[in-house]
Design a protein around this ligand. Sequence first.
Ligand SMILES: *Cc1c(COP(=O)(O)O)cnc(C)c1O
Length: 378
Amino acid sequence: MIPYNKPYITGNEKKYIDQAVKLGKLSGNGHFTQLCQSYLEKITGSNKTLLTTSCTDALEMAAILCNIQPGDEVIVPSYTFVSSALAFVRQGAKIVFADSRTDHPGIDESKIEELINPRTKAIVVVHYAGISCNMDLIMKLADIYSLYVIEDAAQGIDSYYINKQGTKKHLGSIGHLGCFSFHETKNIHCGEGGMLAINDPSMIKRAEIIWEKGTNRAEFFRGEINKYGWVDTGSSFLPSEILSAFLFAQLENLDDIQRKRRENWQHYYDNLTLLSNLNQLKLPFIPEYATNNAHMFYIICNSLSQRDHIIASLRKHSVMAVFHYQSLHKSEYYKNKHDGRILEQTDRYSECLLRLPLYPDLKEKDIILITDIIKTII
Ligand SMILES: *Cc1c(COP(=O)(O)O)cnc(C)c1O
């Protein structure tokens, strides 16, 4: 069987977990947490990073940090994973769903402004497949209307936005806050894990408090205050040292992991270029302001029935290809709360996008098998 994802193991995970056990401190914010955080601050260029137990947690922290309350509106693309909206719904916000671009599944930057009103507090952007949204356009809107920008960079490790001056900025380091996932389906992982990048320096102190159950314990452990207590809202968002030790092994191998993923991504692209040139399907589009971190390889089929046909044929050969997402504005939970606008591109990706297996250990012969099956059907 060829699964659609196979969590990568570097071989050093157990060694670092053993070290963490020997150090004798297994709760959060210890040796490996701090190692990972400084490593990630170097990679992303963010002012401050805090490991969390998931990207969902990081998004929840972001919603708290932006003081999202009932009556507030938050603009979120409909074509995304639930967590991008859920974290804000839990704070009582109304979600105003935005449509995707015609050339790739990211939010359509040109259609955001018409959704903004005096109740709008924040824009959530999702860098789908690790491909950047046009951040200059989004940050400009945020500036004009005084909105927070939260980047859902769950899929965005090792990927960049390139601005007009040619400067590369790591995804998740551009908005006020950036949220990353280290779930086993992402490029680097620790089973379940995540990170909040705090790019607005004025939010750092409060972020640490929210991270540690509303207490100022982080400051206390640095010796900056002589006792700690309950000072704000929050939760237990920090992961144990066991998870951080696992994650550190992955971080150290980031370059190796990424090289293998990129090679596999390119094999798919090359094998399917002819079909794309014949307009039989669409391949991922990478705008000039974005880099590709090979998080995902997807194709866009011409119709729902063509996609169903391809999925079924791949299944027959024990290849697991999956589609996503079900648009959030049509989900069981939100369909009655949505304002009724039709989101044409979201619906199209929801019906036609197909995600093919991609992981570092995938063999070139497997990719040939998969692309041959697709060619035969089409
Ligand atoms: C994976 C993913 C999430 C959720 O990440 P978890 O770490 O599982 O909470 C959120 N948003 C997007 C876009 C994702 O791909």
